[in-house]
Write a protein that binds this ligand. Structure first.
Ligand code: WTA
Length: 632
């Protein structure tokens, strides 16, 4: 591993080099990979259109770097350990050679079903090894994967399939999650009623529930794979060819298809994986994220496989069959590096130490967190009770749009500080802005987090709508990438992310748009209008508070609430279910019809006064009424 940083001094030198000579810096890192043809230009960029290209002219296939190149040295080493939802079901261990064969075979199955380079393929699957196989098989043949989280329901799935005009969907009959079975294929069938672009559905058998197979459209994974050969040469891809689309929530109801391309993404996730976690050959590494989110893409599949690591995939949830499951799995598989979300830590902390005590946890060397701010209490609990005071915690800040970790300690190298993501990785140039767009220099400042220079895995566009990419990320501060996060820089230059400053909320680490949730609530026939805000929640970080206006006066508000929850679950998915629902006579709107969310946020936080200037409201009296009916 030629480019692993080993000391804080070296980190500082590397950082300096990455700022002064970014092209030379990244070219050196890129040398470590298999390129079919070397690049012509390391970097071309501007943040005005924006237009960013890394390793232009380079030809490669990422799966050759994840799989083929490891075969000689570690073909018989385990690439993936799979822990099933049900602890009594058999664990699967898949070597690099087997994974290579499985990927090639499924790649041929995709081709036999009409897939070709440049096609968009939607993957809607449970957390089983075949999900990783499907992802890599797309990359093998140059098809662009668009993984949709299995917790999203039919409408969210349909929107994402339509936006990318996918021609194939890969799914399973169902999925196991804790005590629940998720009827994935049934949800796909419902979604496809509005997706004319889809010609084929490939269905893996997982739960065995009865499903409908549409003639000529739906085929079984198993029989397609049986017919396919294991010989599948990797498609030659340009560095800037799209690798995947991953949808993320925005402030409008419509999700954004974040586009990542091949060469830069590969170089950056590999570099960050090795350096942040300080992965050593043979370590068992476990990232608990679902592949439906970016963490699962970059640090469950691509990063670890590029590094030739052993990556663990877990099908289930942290509290099934009981709240000791994570710790049990760590002992069972002798996990060395464990990477999870603050919500999971807080929820397991709330279950009490009795669930931790039976386990040794002595294989652990490194702990990580991702996805939302971690509060000091949870950080300390994790450090003391899981890491036994011995394991450094890497609090990694990044985004779907950044492709890889941006601000984080390096294990054992950067001194950690609870609730701080600490320092930028080499290649990352953060700046803090005040609201007027002035850069805040020096330490001890707080502002909005932006980036002033591209890193190799930066978002290239939003699928099918480049203007949206410009407007969302590159228009707030001219010449900068805007993250949407608030951030502090302390007296030592350490960064602490304070949270979103736009209309998206991080609920249990999942990014959800308030407009997306409102659209789902509004599907209920009795709801005229709704407004959703986030409120601070002890376990989830943020909870969902919905204010709804009802068409007819409903006496039985509890039943109405239940119906709304059902509507949201069916239409969008259970992750969008509000924690609190208040029926209101009206919403605080300005004369131009804009909802003043600031007021709703205050009410949701339990404030009873200090609503600020309400003089522009059409009907200021409504504030009083809403306040009096607030759900505690
Ligand atoms: C938040 C997840 C604080 C942040 C990888 C960001 C964090 C959003 C952290 C992106 C962290 C992520 N500390 N906040 N360590 N990591 N976030 O796209 O608000 O699902 O903008 O990517 O998560 O969420 P996304």
């Amino acid at each position: 591993m030629a480019y692993r940083i080993t000391s804080f001094n070296e980190y500082k030198q590397e950082y300096q080099k990455s700022v002064e000579h970014p092209e030379a810096f990244w070219a050196e890192k890129a040398e470590a990979f298999v390129w079919i043809k070397k690049w012509d230009t390391v970097l071309e960029w501007n943040f005005t259109e924006p237009n960013v290209k890394w390793f232009s002219g380079g030809k490669l296939n990422i799966t050759e770097n994840c799989l083929d190149r490891h075969l000689a040295e570690r073909g018989d080493q385990v690439a993936m350990i799979w822990e099933p939802n049900n602890p009594d079901e058999t664990v699967r261990k898949i070597t690099y050679r087997q994974l290579h064969g499985d990927v090639c075979r499924f790649a041929n199955a995709l081709k036999n079903n009409g897939a070709k380079k440049g096609d968009r393929i939607c993957i809607y699957m449970p957390m089983v090894p075949e999900l990783a196989v499907a992802v890599l098989a797309c990359a093998r043949i140059g098809a662009i994967h668009s993984v949709v989280f299995g917790g999203f329901s039919f409408n969210s799935l349909s929107e994402r399939i339509q936006d990318a005009a996918c021609n194939i969907v890969v799914t399973a009959d169902g999925g196991f999650r804790g005590a629940k079975d998720i009827p994935l294929k049934k949800i796909v069938d419902e979604a496809l009623l509005t997706c004319p672009s889809v010609k084929k559905v490939i269905v893996l058998k997982r739960t065995g529930i009865a499903i409908n197979m549409a003639d000529g459209r739906d085929v079984w994974w198993e029989s397609e794979v049986r017919k396919a050969s294991t010989d599948c040469p990797a498609e030659v891809m340009d560095s800037e060819d799209m690798l995947f689309i991953l949808y993320t929530s925005g402030s409008t109801g419509k999700p954004k298809g974040v586009v990542h391309t091949t060469g830069g993404y590969m170089v950056y996730v590999d570099y960050t994986f090795k350096n942040v976690f300080q992965y050593n050959d043979g370590d068992v590494y476990w990232c608990t994220a679902d592949v439906g989110w970016v963490t699962g893409h970059s640090y469950l599949i691509y990063g670890p496989l590029l590094a030739g690591a052993i990556t663990l995939m877990f099908e289930g949830i942290p509290v099934f069959p009981d709240a000791g499951r994570f710790w049990k799995v760590i002992d069972k598989h002798q996990v060395n590096i464990f990477y999870t979300a603050p919500t999971a830590i807080r929820s397991l902390e709330a279950h009490g130490l009795d669930y931790v005590k039976p386990y040794k946890l002595d294989s652990l060397r490194v702990l990580g967190t991702v996805g939302e701010p971690i509060n000091e209490e949870a950080w300390l609990w994790y450090h003391e009770n899981i890491g036994k005071g011995q394991c450094p915690i890497v609090d990694t800040w990044w985004q779907t749009e950044t492709g890889g970790i941006m601000i984080s300690p390096l294990v054992g190298i950067t001194e950690t500080k609870p609730s701080f993501a600490t320092l930028p990785l080499p290649g990352v140039q953060p700046v803090l802005m005040d609201e007027g767009g002035k850069e805040l220099k020096g330490n001890n400042v707080e502002g909005r987090l932006c980036m002033k220079f591209p890193w190799p895995s930066i978002i290239r566009t939003t699928y099918g709508n480049h203007e949206r990419c410009h407007d969302n990320y590159f228009s707030h501060y001219k010449g900068y990438y805007f993250t949407g996060d608030g951030c502090k820089r302390d007296e030592n230059g350490y960064y602490r992310i304070t949270g979103r400053v736009d209309d998206v909320i991080k609920v249990s680490g999942h990014l959800l748009g308030t407009a997306e949730i409102e659209n789902a609530i509004n599907q209920h026939p009795d709801i005229v209008e709704s407004a959703v805000v986030g409120f601070p929640h002890d376990i989830k970080g943020w909870g969902i508070y919905a204010f709804v206006i009802c068409r007819n006066e409903r006496k039985d508000v509890d039943t109405l609430r239940k119906e709304i929850l059902e509507t949201v679950t069916k239409y969008m998915g259970a992750i969008g279910k509000p924690d609190k629902i208040q029926v209101v006579p009206g919403l605080p709107k300005t004369r131009s019809g804009k909802i003043m969310r600031r007021i709703l946020r205050k009410i949701s936080e339990g404030e009873t006064a200090n609503f600020g200037d309400t003089s522009t409201l059409l009907d200021p009296a409504v504030v009083e009424e809403i306040k009096n009916g607030a759900v505690k």
